[in-house]
Ligand binder design. Structure first.
Ligand code: SF4
Length: 249
């Protein structure tokens, strides 16, 4: 079982910018029986990218598929055999470094593709050496994630970039995240043919759908994302609608 995968259409766009993104997809929310998204909301749980692409394709009459089953297996592996999981993750990252070098690309690793775990907290021993977390094991590799968890202790980790995600009902956390210097990922309910709003919450909007390379984004922006899949039908407040925002402003 490989832990990291490539092939997400948006991360493929990053190749044009010289990066290959490798993503760990666990089973989000509590689909595995264990919660991996401590600050998930009703809206994001429904709109979760877990069901995007082949992950959401089921044979008639079935409620799961090989992708969902693999994500559950990986999540169980993480919780039940942490040492083994970290060993596999290290091996996968080493492979990612080699593979991307062959392609002339720089590897970038996203561990919370469909989860929101504080990977900075998970220390381990590799070859007799204790590492505080996976970021310390690969200081030369760029890691990045989106999170809804405020107060993660990552400021001192120079190779881990976090973007804070706005959702339904986390406005207060968003305000605090802005104060703490995070960029804010926001899903807008507009068609891909429409331009992003110029500003949101008083901040310039940067089109985050051009690539997934969040660590290259300018600072102090709202990272605008077009609503996809189930998010297009969101009524919870997870998706923000510029026309409504204009009326309120
Ligand atoms: S927090 Fe992220 S990964 Fe978890 S359910 Fe919400 S959108 Fe999905």
């Amino acid at each position: 079982m490989k832990l990291l995968s490539t092939g997400n259409p948006k991360t493929l766009k990053g190749m044009a910018q010289g990066y290959m993104t490798y993503i760990l997809h666990l089973a989000p929310a509590d689909l595995s029986g264990r919660e991996v998204c401590p600050k998930r909301t009703a809206g994001c749980t429904v709109a979760c990218l877990n069901m995007a692409g082949r992950g959401g394709m089921f044979k008639r009459g079935e409620t799961t598929n090989v992708i969902q089953q693999a994500r559950i297996r990986k999540t169980n592996f993480f919780f039940e055999e942490r040492d083994g999981f970290m060993e596999w993750l290290i091996a996968d990252i080493k492979l990612a470094i080699k593979q991307s070098a062959k392609l002339g690309l720089i590897p970038a690793i996203r561990l919370n593709g469909t989860s929101d775990l504080a990977f900075e907290k998970y220390g381990f021993v590799d070859n007799g050496v204790f590492y505080q977390n996976i970021f310390a094991r690969f200081p030369e590799v760029q890691f990045y994630d989106y999170t809804k968890v405020l107060g993660r202790k990552v400021k001192a980790i120079s190779n881990y970039h976090l973007t804070f995600s706005a959702a339904d009902g986390n406005d207060l956390d968003v305000t605090k995240a802005i104060e703490q210097g995070y960029n804010i990922a926001t899903v807008f309910g507009i068609k891909k043919t429409m331009p992003m709003p110029e500003t949101f919450m008083g901040l310039p909007v940067f089109n985050g759908d051009e690539s997934d390379l969040r660590f290259l984004d300018p600072k102090g922006v709202v990272v605008g994302l077009y609503a996809k899949g189930k998010a297009k039908k969101d009524t919870t407040g997870f998706v923000k609608f510029p026309s409504i925002m204009l009326k309120v402003a």
